[in-house]
Write a protein that binds this ligand. Structure first.
Ligand code: PBG
Length: 331
C-alpha cells in the first residue's frame, strides 16, 4: 500500500465534490448484464402466485414464463434461472420426476428456448424439489448418500441439457458431481453446455423463504449440514472451488452473497475465473421487509447491495431484484 501524501496536498474529498468527478473515478460499474434472474415455476395455467415471504416475487406457470424471459431479455438481463415448486403429494423417495423430460423445469426450458431463444437458461440441479424428505440427495437410513445421488443428478443434468439448458447449476454439494456431469455431457453430445457450480455453498438460514417458494420447508427433515458448508470456514471454500474447476466447472458460485463477500473476493483473487454470488431469498426478504416498513430506502439499498458484489470481485449476481434493478439502471 502506498502511503498517501500528508494534508493538505491530499484532500481525497476533492474527487468526491461533484457527480462528474465521482463518475470519473468510480472503480466499478453495475449493468443489467451482471444479473441472472431466479424465477419460480408452478404447475397450472395462467398463474402468477405470490410467495408470501418474498414480497414482489411470484411463481409462474409455464405459459407465463416466456413473457417473463422476454421482459428480462428486453431489459438487458442475459440469463434466467428456473426453480420448480412441488407440492407435498408430488414428492417421492425415488425423486424420479427430477430427470423426467416432461417435468416443470424441462417444459419451461423448452418454452423459453422456443419463444426467447437468445436468453441463456440456467437450471438448478439437486433433488430437493422432488424429494419427499426435502433433501438435495437421497436419504437412506437417515444418511444423505453421495454416490447414488450423483448418478441421479447426472440423469437430471442430461434431461435439462436435452431440453436446451445453456447453464447447469449443480446446487447439491455432493462430492464428485461436477466430474460425473461433465463426463456424461461430453459423451452424450452436450459439449457446449456450461456448468456454473455452486462450489462454495453454505448451510445457511438465509435460504428460508426459498424453501417456502419451492414447497420444501414442510418436507425437510433435519438440516443440510452434512453436505453444505460450515459458515465458519473460508479455506475450505477455496479447496472446493479448486476441486470443482479441476472437475470441469466453467464458472463458480458463492452462496449466500452479502454475508460472504470475503469468500467472493478470495475466490476471484485466487482463481480469476468467472465468479458469481447468489443474493439469496433471505437477503432479498430482509431488504424488502425493512423497505416495506419504511425503515430502509428500498431502491437505494438494492443498488448498494448489488454494487457491493461487483466491488468484491463478482462477475455477476443471481438476484431476485434483477428486473427492478435493471429497470432502474436503464433509467
Ligand atoms: C436447493 C437450493 C436452495 C437454494 C438454491 N438451490 C436451497 C437449499 O439449499 O436449501 C437457495 C436459494 C435462495 O435461498 O434464494 N438445492
Amino acid at each position: 500500500m502506498l502511503t498517501p501524501p500528508p494534508f493538505p496536498a491530499a484532500r481525497p474529498r476533492r474527487l468526491r465534490r461533484t457527480p462528474a468527478l465521482r463518475a470519473l473515478v468510480s472503480e466499478n460499474v453495475l449493468t443489467p448484464a451482471d444479473f441472472i434472474w431466479p424465477v419460480f415455476l408452478t404447475e397450472g395455467e395462467d398463474l402468477q402466485t405470490p410467495v408470501a415471504s418474498m414480497p414482489g416475487v411470484s411463481r409462474l406457470s409455464v405459459d407465463r414464463v416466456a413473457a417473463a424471459a422476454q421482459e428480462a431479455w428486453s431489459l438487458g438481463i442475459p440469463a434466467i434461472c428456473l426453480f420448480p415448486y412441488t407440492s407435498a403429494e408430488a414428492r417421492t423417495n425415488d425423486c424420479a420426476m427430477a430427470w423426467d423430460p416432461e417435468n416443470l423445469t424441462n417444459r419451461a426450458i423448452r418454452e423459453i428456448k422456443d419463444k426467447v431463444p437468445d436468453i441463456a437458461v440456467m437450471t438448478d440441479i439437486a433433488l430437493d424439489p422432488y424429494n419427499a424428505e426435502g433433501h438435495d440427495g437421497f436419504v437412506r437410513e437417515g444418511e444423505i448418500v453421495n454416490d447414488e445421488t450423483v448418478e441421479a443428478l447426472v440423469k437430471m443434468a442430461l434431461a435439462q441439457a436435452a431440453a436446451g439448458a445453456d447453464i447447469l447449476g449443480p446446487s447439491d454439494m455432493m462430492d464428485g458431481r461436477i466430474g460425473a456431469m461433465r463426463a456424461a455431457l461430453e459423451s452424450e453430445g452436450y459439449q457446449h453446455v456450461t456448468i456454473l457450480s455452486y462450489a462454495a455453498k453454505y448451510a445457511s438460514a438465509f435460504y428460508g423463504p426459498f424453501r417456502d417458494a419451492v414447497g420444501a420447508s414442510a418436507a425437510l427433515k433435519g438440516d443440510k449440514k452434512t453436505y453444505q458448508m460450515d459458515p465458519a470456514n473460508a479455506d475450505e471454500a477455496l479447496r472446493l472451488v479448486a476441486r470443482d474447476l479441476s472437475e470441469g466447472a466453467d464458472m463458480v458460485m458463492v452462496k449466500p452473497g452479502m454475508p460472504y463477500l470475503d469468500i467472493c473476493r478470495a475466490v476471484k483473487t485466487e482463481f480469476g475465473v468467472p465468479t458469481f454470488a447468489y443474493q439469496v431469498s433471505g437477503e432479498y426478504a430482509m431488504l424488502q421487509a425493512a423497505s416495506q416498513n419504511g425503515w430502509l430506502d428500498g431502491p437505494r439499498v438494492m443498488m448498494e447491495s448489488l454494487m457491493a458484489f461487483k466491488r468484491a470481485g463478482c462477475d455477476g449476481i443471481l438476484t431476485y431484484f434483477a428486473p427492478a434493478a435493471a429497470r432502474l439502471l436503464n433509467g
